[in-house]
Design a binder for this molecule. Structure first.
Ligand code: ASP
Length: 351
């Protein structure tokens, strides 16, 4: 495990599924990191909450709010945390749902509703930190990450955002841990989002602007594998992968990291992927190459899928070549054959 990093500043992001049942492991990691580093935490919404909120924007269904409340209540009770912040935010959510007409368009309304997922989790996490003796501060990235008005997949205004990270630096100087909402941004007085899975991107944006030593992306998988380990049981964990390889693999459908997350730190700051539950770090993304091919896939429609392989130019495989580039190749396969083809290709490459 790498806990002592030579520079004192680290950004650590926790994914929703890795904090779903308990904050315990995530808090332990923050405590450990905080012994030797300045730590900024970026948090996703709890697992399933963003999807539930998305449903809510259509149905406005009261039971969905109850379900969201219960999820947070369960976690709060388990961690001995006060529920006050949840109640306040859910009352605000109800208010927003009643006022859809006050938004300029549906997408702006959706982004505002989605913001509650991360705002809820961040407030609880700060309380969990407090119970462990660390002073955290909940930060709503609406005030920090400024974007354009591309609701749903907004583009970040880096120069405006750079001016605002000073708030985080001031907190770090006071030995506090800023806990900031991932995925969210702001355009004028409106809330925006950075695209699904965008918390990784928030973490690397902040890592870059704060000149962090490393960005840790903690989730429920250990790192990047030669193929999706849920489908290919022989898939191997990659200890290293280069920025370029990960960018290409993400473009070809790899889900381990948000597609845009590489760009802000490319060539400058390493990203380390790890698993929250056992606090183990799996893949270092830096200038060092994987030295092994990476398979990724995309579902195109109900009949078709593509399988991309990063790190090769030719593969002896009986399928139509869909696209290719420098050091990668992508095949077109039938959707129903995807799992088999992935396993076959993996075997061909790693035999
Ligand atoms: N909560 C958002 C989503 O589910 C963003 C994230 O988790 O990174 O897409």
């Amino acid at each position: 495990m790498i806990y002592k990093l030579s520079n004192k500043r680290v950004v650590v992001k926790f994914g929703g599924s890795s904090i779903e049942d308990s904050f315990k492991k995530a808090v332990e990691l923050v405590l450990k990191l905080h012994e030797e580093n300045e730590v900024v935490v970026v948090l996703s919404a709890l697992k399933g909450v963003t999807d539930a909120l998305l449903d809510l924007t259509e149905s406005k269904d009261e039971p969905i709010i109850e379900e969201i409340a219960k999820k947070h209540e369960k976690l709060a009770n388990k961690s001995g945390i006060d529920l006050n912040s949840v109640e306040i935010l859910l009352a605000e959510l109800e208010q927003v749902l009643r006022n859809e007409k006050s938004f300029p368009n549906k997408k702006a309304f959706i982004d505002h509703v989605l913001s509650f997922g991360e705002r809820l989790s961040v407030n609880l996490f700060v309380n969990a930190l407090k119970n462990s003796g660390i002073e955290g501060e909940a930060i709503d990235s609406f005030h920090i990450i400024r974007t354009d008005n591309g609701f749903g997949n907004a583009k970040v205004d880096f120069s405006e955002t750079a001016k605002r990270v000073k708030v985080l630096e001031d907190l770090l100087k006071q030995n506090k841990v800023p806990v900031i909402t991932g995925f969210l941004g702001g355009y004028k007085s409106f809330r925006t989002t950075l695209g699904r899975g965008g918390s990784d991107y928030t973490a690397t944006i902040l890592g870059s602007l704060l000149e962090a030593r490393a960005v840790l992306i903690m989730s429920d998988v250990k790192g990047i594998y030669t193929a999706d380990p849920k489908i290919v049981k022989d898939a191997k964990l990659l200890p290293f992968a280069s920025y370029e390889e990960v960018l290409t693999a993400s473009m070809l459908g790899m889900k381990a990291l948000h597609e845009r997350a590489i760009e802000p730190v490319k060539g400058k700051i390493p990203i380390i992927l790890g698993k929250t539950n056992n606090r183990s770090l799996g893949t270092l993304i830096s200038k060092i190459n994987a030295g092994m091919p990476i398979l990724a896939y995309k579902i195109i429609n109900e009949n078709l899928a593509s399988i991309g392989i990063v790190g090769v130019n030719e593969v002896n495989f009986n399928a139509r070549i869909y696209k290719r580039g420098r050091n990668w190749i992508c095949f077109l396969v039938r959707r129903e054959e995807l799992e088999n083809n992935l396993n076959d290709l993996h075997e061909v490459i790693f035999k």
